[in-house]
Design a protein around this ligand. Sequence first.
Ligand code: 13P
Length: 257
Amino acid sequence: MRRPVIAGNWKMYKDLNEAVELASGIRKQVQEFDNVDKVIAPPFVNLTEVAKAIADSNVYLAAQNCHWEKEGAFTGEVSARMLKSIGCRYIIIGHSERRQYFGETNETVNLKIKAAVANNLIPIMCVGETLQEREEGRTVDVVKSHVTGGLKGFTEKEIDSLIIAYEPVWAIGTGKTATPKQAQEVHRMIRGLVKELYSETLAKNKRILYGGSVKPENIEELMKQEDIDGGLIGGASLKIDSYVDMVRKTSELYEGK
Ligand code: 13P
């Protein structure tokens, strides 16, 4: 069975006090839901304090991005090695906002995954089409190119723990969720592609999260889909109650599985 993941991407929200408060509140209320992997991704500047707030708990820390080099004259950048050293366990890589606003490409995504893997961090690689690409019937092509481009050159062992997050750009922050059926179709296609590129075993074990306007009201329907293994959640992860609610609902769905 694939263990579900509920990952909160805090994007550029929460100052230091707010971040610590949110992390501490989450920590207190999710300990009992031990059949779900709980991940939170605060902005860089708050990672160290949030790491302290969730120390020795079963909530884990993610960064939202990294640079691919170990160190160097790259003003304003942060390396995977540095993130590992402050307690990160995961890194979100290639989020559509980074592709859209900061020029990330499949090539940079590939390099960043390499850096994450080299530092024993679990990459959460984001893929997904824009509205225009969907309307032009190019969803499959775009998602396939994100997956194959991002994973280029990796052995099966290197990407064993890597998580894929399918986030249709048109569903992010818009309140427009992909229907469970729409999401499931793409998730199934991604799993099939992983099988083609690697093996049936890897495909069977690969965790594929859905992201895009996930909230407590729709998480169950999404999580019931065969190939959806969790959520990468923006807005609804910024409040203690709604994050905890999504973890609880996911945990209940997986109980006894
Ligand atoms: P929303 O949940 O706010 O739509 O954001 C999704 C997302 O981009 C998570 O990475």
